[in-house]
Design a protein around this ligand. Sequence first.
Ligand code: GTP
Ligand code: MG
Length: 481
Amino acid sequence: MRGLRFWLGLVAVAAGVSLLIVLLDVVVKLMQVSPLALVVLLLIVVFICLRWRFFRPPSPAPSIPQFPDKLTAAQANLTALEEQLQKIRDQVTQGALQEQTEKLRTTIERQELQVVVFGVGSAGKTSLVNALLGRAQGKIAATMGTTEIGVKYRPVQIGKSTVSLVDCPGILEAGEGGKEREELARRIATRADLLLFVIAEDLKQAEFQLLQELYHLGKKIVLVWNKIDLYTKSDQAAILAKIQERLQQAHLAIETVPIAAHPAPVSLPTGEIYQPPPKLAPLLATLADILTAQTKDLIADNVLLQCQTLTTEARSVITAEREQQTQAIIDRYQWLVAAAVVANPLPLVDFLATAAVHTQMVLDIAQVYDCQISWEDGQNLVKSLVQTMTGLGLTKTAMQILNATLTVNPLGVVVKNALGGITAAYLTRIAGRSFQAYFAQQGQWGDGGITAVVQQQFALAQKEELLQKFLQQTIAHLELN
Ligand SMILES: Nc1nc2c(ncn2[C@@H]2O[C@H](COP(=O)(O)OP(=O)(O)OP(=O)(O)O)[C@@H](O)[C@H]2O)c(=O)[nH]1
Ligand SMILES: [Mg+2]
């Protein structure tokens, strides 16, 4: 038994075919062509449409490098970063970034994990470090700001692994000194392989925000809830459950471990003061688990993360340098073009299309962006750009805009004589900016094509302050005032 949809489909196909036959008949009669030729033509059209619409081979997916492990990935990222640093021209910046990259190389090779103890003032960070070291190394006190600088201790053995403990100054403290200490602590934290985020009492909102920030940065964190000796067993369970619930709601995969790094001393019936030993068992167990399974991965993750930060920094330095270089190139050529047009009887559009200066400008900008192109490629790019500008009527519009702006300029009358040259410089500027956008995208015009890029640059150049600045510079340069 066939379904209703089948019969409806059949009726629709039959109706479609009949309609097509009627249409063909009408066309044959009207145009007096042979029905066979028309059918063949129709089939060819249908074939071409199908070929391009449906059977176009899918564009190859960009290949994402695959690495056997995180360590290899970190090494490959470092190599890519080193290559990128070569593109920085400023020697001082390049040297500083290179030094940090070299440090990361040694980080990969080191065997011990760097564990940073982080948290608000007086949470018990130094007490925890002392407890883990098994001896009183760092000064502890009830007042905030006891630890003022980051202190790295000699490596210790935790389980089967070796770790370097780093004690941080407290965060979220008031005052100028507090701010400075916090900045230092944050810097140390971002370099950690593993963070022990120490809290006391409860997880306060400011701590929670910072915890989220570090987590989303990609840091591996263990939340250490200290001073549990101040609570009864049932309060401990309730507070712990509340903390865990908050973490879960915020989708933070962070383990919380309750400890007492330096429990409050107890007065014994004999009158003696007894100092209970630290309670670290849950933390030691968690650390042992993490260290056994993930030491190499944690180091690699950390290197990858820092590598990412350095890459972003290097990229923005390179972008700024390229921007500056391109700006200088465009400036140079726009003055050349302006002077040439003032002295040249050729119509503006012809001049823009044929002048070798534009091709040279393209080649110079391409070089800034490490793109290798031939003279011919440059010429073709100039031709396409001038065609686009002319097609969009930008040459005329530019002249009208400049003419109108110069009318309100006190020097308007004198300057208007050089309107052709000024317009040529203006268009050269827009062309230069468009080529810059093209090379910045590795020789691609992007989704909107050349038209969208040119329109965008034209709109940008029209911004009041940019236009005024351009005119002032041009007037000064052409010595028109
Ligand atoms: N009751 C109790 N007090 C603790 C515990 N751990 C630390 N303390 C006390 O908390 C206070 C601060 O301890 P520190 O270790 O100096 O804290 P910190 O986080 O290093 O402080 P800053 O260096 O100032 O940021 C001291 O008075 C410690 O005795 C604990 O487990 N229980
Ligand atoms: Mg301290």
